[in-house]
Structures are given as C-alpha cells and as structure tokens.
Design a protein around this ligand. Structure first.
Ligand code: ACM
Length: 260
C-alpha cells in the first residue's frame, strides 16, 4: 500500500485556505492513505480556549466535508488533526475513507498550553480495520508516552498515523525506537512554519517521516518547506512480532514484573 505524509505550512485561523493547500499537496501524489498534521486546518498557537472554540468544528464540519469528498472521489483514506467541538473541546484526529467517517481519536496527552485550551481525550486509543491496513492514531506529544504506541500495538495496529505539530527536536529520531519496540509502521505528519502569538513564539520542526517496523526511516521530509512524500509499505510486516527463534516481542512481555 502507498502511505503519504503531508507536511503543511498553515496560516493561523485561515481554515479554508489551509484545507485547500493540503488538498493541493494531496492531489499531487497517489496514495492509499494520507496523513496530515495535527490541527492542520486552524493552526496551533491559540491564545485561549475561547479562540480555539471559535475556530473549532463539529466532526461533520466543513473540513470533514472537504476531505471526505476527496476520499470518496478518489477511493482514498485520510487522517487529519482538527479542533473538535464535541461535548468538550478536543484536539482530535479523524480517519475518513471512501464511505465517510471511519473513526476518530482525541489526544490523550496534551502538551504545554494545550492543557489550558482542550479537554484530555476520552476515547482511549482505538484501532480501525480498513482495506488498507489496521490503523491507529496518536497525536504529537503522545509519542513521549511509550504507553500510547504500546497500547496501539497490543490492539493490533499495523500503521500508527501520527498527526503532529512538533516544536521539540526529539520525536523524529525517537519514533525509530517506538517502531522497533512495537514492530509497527508509523507515519508522522508534522508542519513547518512559525506562530508568534500572545507572547508565545513557536517554530515547528518539520521532519515528517515514515518509519518501518524494523526501525528504518523510509522517508523523511525537510525542516522548512511544505511537501509530500510517499512510501510503499507492506502493513502485514507489522503482524510479525518475532525478533529471533526465542523472542516474540509482545509475548515476551513480563507483565508480572512491571508496575503500571
Ligand atoms: C505537541 O504535542 N503539539 C507538541
């Protein structure tokens, strides 16, 4: 299957232009699954909850409609991050396919000032079985908690779709370990650019990438430009957790020795 990472450079608050720019990038390559950044339509650096609320959308809002139309017209799957207006305000990701919404995820581990803006996710880490693979989602800072990727792996995920707005430098290299220790593919779609708002100046590091269950970086984009890249992958490789004749990664866990 063909897995695309879409690295965007959104303009804060310009949702329809940001969605259009992402669709232009997506239309430039053929893939089965496209992964877009966290909050790719609105931008990231909200002044407060009220501003985020004003820019948020319900699950079936205009961003969903545009991406679902792309998915239906071309028979593709798309994962994207957005500010979800639900019972609370969530930093969410959605998976859409040719028949519409497949499922959603709400960010569990909120980063820094997101804690002032969003409610923590309340859906756990769901996994969705699709014709292009079993897809689980985590969002940006979730990478810092190994439990996120581990939970997804234990639930049978083959591809971790990872929308991100990374500002710290560690994740692109650390994801290699997440993939190795879980034997899964991961696709981190990060953004580039800078948002200097309300005395908080953030620069986003790019470096979107696809990593294999063997820890190989199959593709990595640069740190300053928007772009898109495609990796040809075999999702079933994630189902083989054997490391050698005597070690099976997940069966070898010693849950009797761990304090969780
Ligand atoms: C982040 O979680 N957006 C750093």
């Amino acid at each position: 299957m063909r897995l695309a990472i879409v690295q965007t450079s959104p303009v804060f608050g310009e949702a329809s232009a940001n969605v259009k720019a992402a669709l232009n990038l997506m239309s430039s390559v053929e893939a089965d699954l496209y992964v877009l950044p966290e909050l790719f339509n609105t931008g990231y650096n909200f002044l407060d909850g009220r501003e985020a609320e004003a820019l948020s959308e319900p699950m079936d809002g205009p961003t969903f409609v545009s991406l679902a139309e792309f998915a239906r017209e071309y028979g593709r799957y798309v994962v994207y991050g957005f500010a979800e207006r639900g019972p609370n305000l969530y930093n969410s990701a959605a998976l859409v396919g040719p028949s519409g919404l497949v499922g959603r995820y709400r960010k569990v581990h909120l980063f820094d000032r997101e804690n002032l803006v969003f409610a923590p996710g309340d859906l756990g880490f769901p996994v969705f079985d699709t014709p292009v693979g079993r897809i689980g989602m985590m969002i940006c800072f979730d990478w810092m908690y190994p439990e996120s990727a581990r939970t997804l792996a234990l639930k049978g995920t083959q591809i971790i779709a990872h929308p991100a707005n990374l500002v710290m430098p560690h994740c692109p290299d650390a994801l290699v370990t997440r993939c190795l220790e879980n034997r899964v593919f991961a696709a981190t779609a990060n953004r580039v650019g800078r948002e200097d708002r309300g005395g908080h100046d953030l620069r986003f590091i790019g470096d979107s990438e696809v990593v294999s269950p063997r820890g190989e970086i199959l593709v990595r984009l640069g740190d300053s430009d928007a772009g898109v890249a495609v990796s040809e992958i075999e999702p079933a490789l994630s189902d083989d957790k054997r490391i050698n004749d005597h070690n099976d990664l997940l069966r070898g866990r010693r849950t009797d020795c761990y304090e969780l």
